[in-house]
Design a protein around this ligand. Structure first.
Ligand code: SF4
Ligand code: SF4
Length: 416
């Protein structure tokens, strides 16, 4: 096992391959507050990539109703329980150590799926990444428990009080999911055939269909359960990040060659999705690029957070958490950055508000934004989740630097 640095955990961790990184990384932000659960994204993906025989139960994009829904069923609750069993009572964060640059959420003191794997000896000895193979029944329903709320305090005689912030008494939310094209992919690590690779030009994780023998170790190892087995070809398949669109080579989109967002992003009715490519330095850190909307939301303002960062794969999908959900649930799902993110989102200054308007403004990938400042027209006081009152602040005064352009190279960073 090698030692690699995971900025989301704020520490080094073990991984089967030496640390190597793509020049740019496919990444995205989903704003859960806006998702209406219409499944347009799901059908846009299905009608593009998984409409053939043997792919009937294959949903590369899915939207599940939390807390009860999941595809496959209970995927996250099951893995969280396995991690807890492997490291009882010690799966916690040390937030006092937070540093905006290298450890923005503090330090995760527990064990990742790579570190817990040797402690869990299954029928085939220890795994590379702690995981399990879902049953056929668990794959059967893409959104079982759709729109089913939780919360046992509905009938307290306070009609309508359930909808008061900061936490609703009765709640659910839609969690849209695709492959996170992780920095340290557990699917790649688990594959005994080295059939899974990460593209150096954009960090998209792909399965080589020629090399795959359908052992399903990737299905077992991916903590997000985003590789899926296809019985008719006896291989595993997964989200390909709509790479012809990223490459600007999809003929249906025109001939200008501009990188375009994926089908699921482009189709989003609720305008919850913003996708991009972020420049990655040689040591794996994100290049300082605050004019890139993704870098701004994720690294500068920390308003969008990784999904289950404690799993340890450094996922490149980020979420603006839902404002109305009990904080304990959100802390488990998105880590200790939740309170800061919600304070930011609940009363955005004008610069953040401007960037939040960029979601679904065009289908080309946005690499830069610039703000032309106009006169102030209003000041609205807002009560924050903490109870503090805040007035919408001024645009951040410091200038935004423009980093140099980066170009791609030609071999998978892990297997080269
Ligand atoms: S989400 Fe799963 S399938 Fe996608 S790169 Fe990460 S480990 Fe692999
Ligand atoms: S299309 Fe957008 S709003 Fe509709 S379910 Fe998908 S992510 Fe949510």
């Amino acid at each position: 096992m090698a030692t690699v640095y995971n900025w989301q955990l704020g520490r080094a961790m073990t991984f089967p391959f030496e640390e190597k990184h793509p020049r740019r990384q496919f990444a995205f932000v989903f704003n859960i507050n806006r998702c209406i659960g219409c499944q347009t994204c799901t059908m846009a993906c299905k009608s593009t990539w998984t409409f053939s025989k043997g792919q009937e139960y294959m949903w590369w994009n899915n939207v599940e109703s939390k807390p009860f829904g999941g595809y496959p069923q209970h995927w996250d609750a099951k893995l969280l329980a396995m991690l807890e069993a492997a490291n009882p009572g010690r799966q916690y964060w040390k937030t006092a150590a937070a540093d905006v640059g290298s450890k923005p959420y503090g330090t995760f003191e527990g064990k990742t799926i790579f570190e817990a794997a040797p402690l869990h000896i299954g029928p085939e000895e220890a795994q590379v990444a702690l995981g399990y193979l879902p049953s056929d029944a668990e794959w059967r329903h893409p959104n079982i428990h759709e729109d089913t709320a939780t919360g046992g305090r509905w009938n307290e005689g306070q009609h309508g009080a359930s909808a008061e912030l900061p936490e609703h008494r009765v709640w659910f939310f839609h969690l849209a999911r695709i492959c996170n094209h992780c920095t340290y992919p557990a699917c790649l690590a688990s594959c005994p055939r080295q059939a899974i690779y990460k593209r150096p030009e954009d960090g998209i994780v792909l399965i080589d269909q020629e090399r795959c023998r359908g052992y399903r170790k990737c299905v077992e190892g991916c903590p997000y359960k985003k590789t899926l087995y296809r019985g008719t070809t006896r291989t595993s398949e997964k989200c390909v990040g709509c790479y012809p669109r990223i490459e600007g080579s999809d003929e249906l989109l025109g001939s200008d060659g501009a990188p375009c967002e994926t089908r699921c992003m482009s189709a989003c009715v609720g305008k919850i999705r913003l996708q991009g490519l972020v420049a990655i330095a040689e040591d794996g850190t994100w290049s300082h690029d605050p004019a890139n909307p993704l870098c701004f939301l994720i690294r500068e303002r920390r308003v969008a957070l990784p999904l289950y960062p404690q799993f340890g794969t450094e996922p490149n999908g980020f979420y603006i958490p839902p404002r109305w959900v009990p904080r304990g649930y959100l802390h488990q799902m998105f880590g200790p950055g939740v309170d800061h993110a919600l304070e930011q989102y609940s009363c955005p200054d004008r610069e953040l508000l401007a960037v939040l308007q960029l979601f679904r403004t065009q289908r080309q990938i946005l690499f830069r934004f610039a703000i032309e400042r106009g006169p102030k027209v209003a000041e609205v006081p807002v009560i924050l989740p903490s109870g503090r009152e805040k007035v919408q602040g001024p645009v951040r005064p410091e200038p935004i630097e423009q980093p140099e352009e980066q170009s791609g190279c030609a071999a998978c960073p892990f297997h080269s």
